[in-house]
Design a protein around this ligand. Structure first.
Ligand code: SF4
Length: 378
């Protein structure tokens, strides 16, 4: 093992140690030296493995899964996309706990999705800027995809909503989609809003790297606009299964760019219950990236839109967070494909919809104040 070295282009993670595996394959000693190297770093730290043996790329994922570690990235030193070049390769491995060990059981104890406080109606407003997206995630609650009707929110409607929201005491604006950076007038919407209220934009961070969208991002006020980027897992295994091949690496690039540009970046993972055990790995790599725990959220899949299972969303089970789309106002941002959760058929004005929501809450409270939980998206 060599001490931590300088980072090469393409390596996102800061390794605690490095190992030169040379030409060894997994059957000829590499696994022994790898296991020894991983045991000399702490759980949650990253080992950078250098290898010139192509078969390692095929064999390592299964070994890592069995050993409780996470393969974070594979970078081809020739500059070719992973799996297509001739190497040598640099493989970042996050040390985990051996499944079934006492330490793993202890780590798994108390695993839960991020809890959150209820936002009183009128303090928080969600805007759906658009519904189309460069991705088509298999659990997308909005049913977004490249083929989705964009349903663009007009800047004047957004501005009028912010006017009314602030006049009623609003304090927090969140913009989501679809992928908001596909909206050609996102800059106008955000500039107007951010001058008056803090704004969080939910994004997959994959489309603002260059051109007009990069200019839109760079023009935003770092002190008033934060980005919340979707990253479902430490390595690509779960994220790419849910969001598409290669999307994990592109999300990491987007996170790095946004942070380089000076934005506060929050990270949100969406997980099915059965994948919750991967959350400690994600926390570890976000720690590695320097993203504080207060800027991380692990949320469940909502059983809406494209999702096949997940948390049931209804007026009785989820605290309201009023959400405006071109087609009206909804109970919660994860319920905008569910007609049962539409509060108003028009996006404006807000006030009658807020009053309707308060009336529903009052009636529910009169009956019972139990059975509903906060569903945190941010
Ligand atoms: S979950 Fe987000 S990134 Fe994925 S398709 Fe839906 S809007 Fe796009």
């Amino acid at each position: 093992m060599t001490p931590s070295g300088t980072r090469a282009p393409g390596d996102v993670w800061v390794p605690a140690a490095e190992l030169d595996g040379g030409n060894d394959d997994c059957g000829s000693g590499l696994l022994l030296s790898l296991t020894g190297s991983l045991r000399r770093i702490d759980v949650g730290q990253v080992l950078l493995l250098h290898t010139r043996e192509p078969s390692v790329l095929a064999d390592l994922p299964a070994w890592a899964r069995l050993a409780g570690h996470e393969l974070l990235s594979v970078v081809d030193g020739s500059g070719a996309p992973a799996g297509r070049g001739a190497g040598p390769w640099r493989i970042s491995i996050l040390r985990g706990e051996r499944p079934g060990s006492a330490a793993a059981a202890q780590a798994a104890e108390g695993l839960s999705f991020t809890a959150g406080a209820m936002a009183p109606v009128g303090t928080r407003l969600w805007l759906y800027s658009n519904f189309h997206c460069n991705l088509a995630c298999d659990y997308c609650c909005a049913g977004s995809s490249p083929q989705a009707d964009p349903r663009l929110l007009a800047p004047d409607v957004a501005a009028a909503a912010v006017d009314e929201f602030l006049a009623m005491g609003g304090r927090e604006l969140l913009i989501t989609g679809g992928e908001p950076f596909l909206h050609p007038e996102l800059g106008a919407i955000v500039t107007d809003a951010a001058a008056r209220v803090p704004v969080v934009i939910l994004t997959n961070a994959m489309v603002f790297g260059r051109g007009a969208r990069r200019a839109t991002l760079e023009a935003m006020d770092r002190g008033r606009v934060a980005l919340q980027v979707s990253l479902d897992s430490a390595g690509p295994r779960i994220h790419d299964r849910q969001r598409g091949a290669g999307s994990h690496a592109r999300a990491l690039d987007g996170i790095a760019l946004a942070r380089e540009l000076g934005f506060r970046v929050r990270v949100a993972a969406t997980l099915y219950e059965e994948d919750l055990s991967s959350a400690p790995h994600l926390h570890a790599v976000l720690e590695n990236l320097g993203i504080p725990e207060t800027d991380r959220i692990i949320r469940p899949v909502a059983d809406e839109g494209f999702a096949d299972g997940g948390v049931h969303i209804s007026l009785d089970t989820v605290e309201p967070e009023p959400t405006l789309t071109t087609e009206g106002i909804w109970w919660h941002p994860v319920g905008v494909t569910n007609e049962h959760l539409r509060v108003s058929a028009e996006p404006l004005p807000l006030a009658p919809a807020f009053e309707t929501i308060r009336d529903v809450l009052a009636v529910q409270a009169a009956g019972s104040d139990e059975g509903r939980s906060v569903f945190r998206c941010t």
